[in-house]
Design a protein around this ligand. Structure first.
Ligand code: ASP
Length: 326
């Protein structure tokens, strides 16, 4: 699909626009994080928030805003998506990403990507296809031949990720978080027409088996949007899949008439029962915005309905102010 179609300008502005993003949840040890690292991470979150917010302010769709927001995080090597993705047990990146548009339930997902520079932007083409979820070399080659930018393997691999793989191999485990390293990235938005969208992008888990698929690209697990809510999750993927996390939030809102916060807490409790941890960002058509997590921290940022922005890593806020300052 051409970018212009997603960028159609809106004339009616009846809904305050909302945006929330995450840069992964996990064991975040703020005490041992250097001031420079912390500042770099806050700056990355702020840049992504600013990009998505500008999209919404100029009348772009929620769909376009979440794609652009997540692309900024993919470009930042500190995050586990795009460049800087974690490595599989074979030492490669295998990236996956998904997007869902709430108003028409359009969904697109890709897995097993090794060369696409911005998996989340490649989803635009995938959205147009009947087969909504594809994986592997063939689809990647097809997308590259259609003009999606690609890079060589070494471009994605950062020294930090190589080190983390060595550590995980030594411990013979998959590592969700790395004492301050970033995780999966995602965003949810409500645009000025009140429409919702969610997008999530990841390299998955360090030392994952080649071919392993997590919750991120699975509709209703790590990514979901409807006319009611939009959710993007991060955490131990297997537990989020078993909990059908994002769709559980949807059903709690739709059937049990829970508030968005109650619904997210219920779904996160299910994840915990299943042995997982993590969090999500979620928005509702009523204007609720939630960023809950049951891990020690979650890199997150949002703009609320009053037009103020907030950035957090641990339990408190790192930065806050008027979104006009973004
Ligand atoms: N949920 C992701 C996965 O399991 C990992 C993360 O959120 O950092 O692939």
């Amino acid at each position: 699909m051409s970018q212009t179609r997603h960028r159609k300008m809106r004339t009616k502005n009846s809904h305050p626009t909302l945006l929330a993003l995450h840069g992964g949840a996990g064991v975040i040890q703020l005490d041992s994080m250097s001031a420079a690292d912390r500042a770099r991470r806050v700056a990355g979150l702020r840049e992504a928030l600013s990009c998505g917010w500008r999209c919404l302010q100029k009348g772009d769709t929620a769909l376009e805003a979440v794609l652009q927001t997540v692309a900024v995080l993919e470009d930042d090597p500190a995050f586990n998506a795009g460049r800087g993705s974690v490595l599989t047990s074979a030492g490669d990146v295998e990236m996956e990403a998904a997007v869902m548009n709430g108003s028409d339930a359009r969904f697109a997902a890709l897995s097993g990507l090794r060369r696409l520079r911005n998996p989340v932007l490649a989803l635009r083409r995938q959205l147009e296809r009947q087969q909504v979820y594809r994986c592997g070399r063939e689809v990647e080659q097809e997308l590259v031949s259609l003009g999606e930018p690609a890079e060589e393997a070494d471009w994605f691999r950062t020294p930090e990720r190589v080190q983390q793989l060595e550590l995980a191999r030594m411990r013979q485990q998959q590592i969700l978080d790395h004492s301050g390293a970033f995780g999966t990235v995602g965003a949810v938005a409500r645009d000025c027409m009140g429409e919702l969208a969610a997008a999530t992008s990841t390299g998955g888990m360090t030392n994952k088996a080649p071919g392993r698929i997590g919750d991120t690209p699975l509709i209703g697990a790590g990514t979901w949007a409807s006319v009611r809510i939009a959710v993007s999750a991060t955490g131990t993927g297997e537990a989020f899949m078993r909990a059908v996390f994002a769709h559980t939030v949807e059903e709690a809102v739709r059937l049990a008439e829970y508030s968005l916060e109650q619904a997210c807490d219920t779904a996160l409790e299910r994840v915990r029962e299943l042995g997982g941890s993590g969090g999500c960002v979620a928005v509702s058509e009523k204007g609720e915005l939630c960023l809950p997590f049951n891990s020690s921290g979650m890199y997150r940022a949002w703009v609320d309905s009053a037009g103020d922005f907030h950035i957090g890593i641990g339990c408190g806020e790192e930065q806050a102010g008027s979104a006009r300052l973004l």
